[in-house]
Design a protein around this ligand. Sequence first.
Ligand code: NAG
Length: 334
Amino acid sequence: MVPKFGVIGAVLASGILAHALPQGNPSDPSQPAGYLFAAFKGDEPQVFFLTAPADSPTTFQALNGGRATLIPTTGTGGARDPFIFRAQDQSRYIVLATDLDIGKTNWADAQTTGSRSIYVWESSADGVSWSAERLVELMPPTAGYVWAPSAIWDVERSQYALFWSSVLFDASDAAHTGPSTGPFIFYSHTSDFATFTPPQRWNPDSTPTVIDQEIQHLGGSSYLRYLSDTQEVRRVVLERSDTGLFGAWTRIGVPVDRVREGPAAYRDILDPGKYYLLEDDYGGEGYECYSTGDFEVPYAPCEVGLTPAGLRHGAVVQVDGVSYAALQGNVTAY
Ligand SMILES: *[C@@H]1O[C@H](CO)[C@@H](O)[C@H](O)[C@H]1NC(C)=O
């Protein structure tokens, strides 16, 4: 069921991790009060939202009676690998997603003549109301696809850095029937998720064939990234840079020694020394939960396993008390 290269994936709750997490008065509605999870399901390539309270970070409750909230009508009409983050000015949440409905195609075509665009949705300040999607093209016709977008605020440029993976075909091979190179991770910068700087390879000298970047800012110039290594170890791998987003990355290892993809990482609100890593068992039940306090591999299974089952490659963000309270109005909607 999965293609030669493994699959799509990716996520990241990372944007939120870049922010200092105030541990102030929990009754202050500007403080983190819960988690908002955006995910897709294998046979339903649409964006589902779920929430969990601060004291129960792996037990999620579906919004909208379990129905998808974001259903694209442009592009292929299928959205996978949703990545949710809060805008740097806190004015809204943003969801990015892969444009792929595998039910209407097959993995061979999806990896050679797939969409070169991503979906972008933007919400009201509290995350309850969402715009229609914007379909934005990121790569030239030499690319075979654009998968698993994620974004993080780049403090060096005061813009968002947007990342995704693509394979490349020779410019003379317009039908993409010959060999490709990659997948590689590309990036571009943007202020508005409407216009973007020209795509560039991320670490062109060092990265093997990877997709599904999930980035966490540890502070200062230190970052972690999780990647799905599709060809060498077929595992999610962990790397670290202490020289910035575009500095030198060193591989730490494999947090979970199983065939998985689509990492999503988030930090505990009440215990900021604890981090969760979700990995997608794409041939099985979807996301499983692991946790760590020190980023040494292997990670431990979460004490309370992730529920509900069946969620796939998405992202989790911390939301403040205002957003969390407003989103609870959707738990019983419908
Ligand atoms: C909440 O419910 C409203 C009304 O049904 C809907 O328009 C909105 O998209 C929902 N938001 C989320 C996050 O599910």
